[in-house]
Design a protein around this ligand. Structure first.
Ligand code: HEC
Length: 131
């Protein structure tokens, strides 16, 4: 019967469309969640920092969990060397909110206004440190 075959074709096409609609958006979301912190890091911090080499600021790969001013290759301010801070989620958030308040007289003249941006950047630094 031709009529019934057409119906089966329509049902087949509809269920294929449902599969496409339910799989596409979720894979899109996963991508932005992974790329967000890195993209923000490159945009906000990349002018002065890289993960694997010193620029105007020290290399930041592995910074999460290490004491402040401990990249031997970089010439830090006396203020940061004397700070006795260990970088973790809390100290990094305070540093990125207002470096001068946390360590008066340090050399980093930059801060991040938005809490959610700080959170994403810190998560990225943590990830690159294997923590
Ligand atoms: C204008 C240049 C500049 C920008 C932009 C900048 N920094 Fe820095 N950063 C520095 C300098 C210079 C130092 C060294 C400060 C010192 O010695 O007192 C530093 C130090 C640091 C330290 C301490 C590292 C250590 O080894 O103790 C962290 C952590 C840090 N920056 C994170 C960031 C993050 C995250 C961003 C982006 C949100 C950022 N910085 C943006 C210049 C910059």
């Amino acid at each position: 019967m031709p009529g019934r075959r057409r119906l089966r074709l329509v049902i087949g096409a509809l269920s294929a469309a449902v599969v496409v609609c339910t799989t596409l958006p979720s894979s899109g979301r996963a991508q932005t969640a992974e790329g967000g912190g890195q993209a923000l890091f490159e945009k906000r911090c990349g002018g002065c920092h890289a993960v694997d080499r010193d620029k105007e600021g020290p290399r930041l790969g592995g910074v999460y969990g290490r004491p402040a001013a401990s990249a031997a290759s970089f010439g830090y301010s006396e203020a940061l060397k004397k700070s006795k801070i260990t970088w973790n989620a809390e100290t990094l958030d305070r540093w990125l909110t207002d470096p001068d308040k946390l360590v008066p007289g340090n050399d980093m003249s930059f801060h991040v206004e938005k809490p959610d941006e700080r959170r994403e950047i810190i998560a990225y630094l943590k990830q690159t440190s294997g923590k």
